[in-house]
Design a protein around this ligand. Structure first.
Ligand code: SF4
Length: 401
């Protein structure tokens, strides 16, 4: 599909668009690819090393300049910033600091913005993290994934459990005041005891936030090939369900609120940036494969970092696809995203935002889900009871338009 500047599809006036927003910056380079990964990332050396990364960051700066000067983002106050990847901490800290500094100049950064950087424990030295905190980063998301070396080997991670512990220590020593740990369950050969041990070690580390993701075996990955070739067993759905329930129990007992299907946080430490996605709020994604949502339009950039760089070097907007959403689609998205959260969604807010009430579009589905106990309607809100979160995909599928 030919690229299209999304402003052409924005039906709202400039003043309508002067709300707050979040900015996601995609840094797609890693030391090597993990066996399960189908994210838009590539091994830095194979991509051309630091010179290629430098060219990519220059292109990212150009895209930032173009977006900040566009009608859609004129006057928008940026309340959250998220540097994800990939492994942002593969890159020199000064480069990331320069990006944040440029963002401050190009956009109106709100007072007390949340600025998160994702880090792989294999690339999280204290000095580098300290430089990032000095540049304004105030939240670190560490991809620990497991405290079992066996599980980390199956996942093809570049770090050991000991290095994950060292990275947590380095983060604290560097002054990290808001720490998330990512964990993965449902890994082939991972036992319930190994998962219990990882949860226990994560809690002992005292982070503010813990995200627990079920492993998804993506076609075309080395992990999928190992499973297809019989070298690894496929994930066991029943065991994965037990692991999910164990996480909910252990993290709840440890004082973490289960505020979204996969996310747990101490009070007031919920991820503000990710909340933007779940509340169907607006955000700008910069970088290869990054997605954006503003003014009723969704768009995504070209996935290849090399193509992204070339397009911007030639002055071409790197958008691969843009779509103006109908009111019906917007209501469906608002339900699919909002029902992931413990607080659910306000029917009135969705109607105010989308111009259509959820019941005007999904009356039969909502009635049926409520009668089956899969959705609760109370006080003007719809939510999935926590006891049904294990089958939330089944519920959310009803709102696909
Ligand atoms: S560190 Fe993350 S982005 Fe990089 S290869 Fe591993 S899973 Fe993929």
């Amino acid at each position: 599909m030919s690229p299209r500047k999304p402003s052409s599809a924005c039906s709202r006036s400039r003043s309508d668009c002067e709300g707050d927003t979040g900015v996601y910056l995609h840094l797609p380079f890693c030391l090597s690819k993990c066996s399960y990964c189908d994210f838009a990332s590539e091994a830095l050396e194979e991509a051309g090393g630091l010179p290629a990364a430098r060219r990519y960051l220059d292109a990212l700066a150009v895209e930032m300049d173009l977006r900040s000067a566009s009608d859609e983002f004129h006057g928008a106050s940026v309340t959250t910033v998220y540097l994800g990847g990939g492994t942002p901490t593969m890159l020199p800290a000064e480069w990331l600091a320069d990006l944040i500094a440029r963002l401050r100049v190009r956009f109106a950064l709100a007072a007390e913005p949340e600025i998160t950087v994702e880090a792989n424990p294999g690339t999280a030295e204290e000095a580098k993290l300290g430089a990032l905190f000095a540049a304004g980063v105030n939240r670190l998301s560490l991809g620990v994934q497991s405290f079992s070396d066996d599980v980390l080997r199956t996942l093809g991670r570049i770090h050991t459990a000991g290095e994950a512990e060292a990275a947590i220590g380095a983060a604290r020593a560097a002054g990290c005041g808001d720490l998330n740990l990512d964990l993965i369950y449902g890994v082939p050969r991972q036992s319930l005891e190994q998962w219990r041990d990882s949860l226990s070690q994560a809690v002992d580390a005292g982070p503010d936030h813990i995200a627990c993701y079920a492993l998804s075996v993506e076609p075309g990955t080395p992990l999928a090939a190992d499973i297809e070739g019989g070298r690894l067993p496929a994930p066991d759905d029943d065991l994965s369900a037990d692991m999910y329930l164990l996480a909910a129990d252990m993290l709840g007992e440890a004082g973490y609120g289960h505020y979204e299907i996969s996310n747990f946080a101490r009070v007031g430490r919920e991820c503000r940036h990710n909340r933007r996605y779940w509340t169907n709020a607006e955000y700008l994604g910069l970088g290869a494969s990054a997605h954006s949502h503003r003014g009723g339009v969704r768009w995504n950039n070209v996935p290849s970092p090399g193509v992204y760089t070339e397009w911007l070097e030639r002055g071409r907007i790197p958008v691969a696809r843009a779509e103006a959403l109908s009111a019906r689609q917007r209501v469906g998205e608002a339900l699919m995203l909002g029902l992931r959260c413990a607080e659910g969604v306000s029917e009135e807010e969705i109607e105010a935002r989308c111009g259509l009430s959820p019941r005007a579009v999904f009356s039969a589905e909502i009635d049926r889900l409520c009668s089956e106990g899969l959705v609760i309607a109370a006080d003007g809100r719809l939510r999935i009871p926590p006891g049904k979160w294990l089958i939330s995909n089944e519920v959310l599928a009803h709102f696909v338009t």
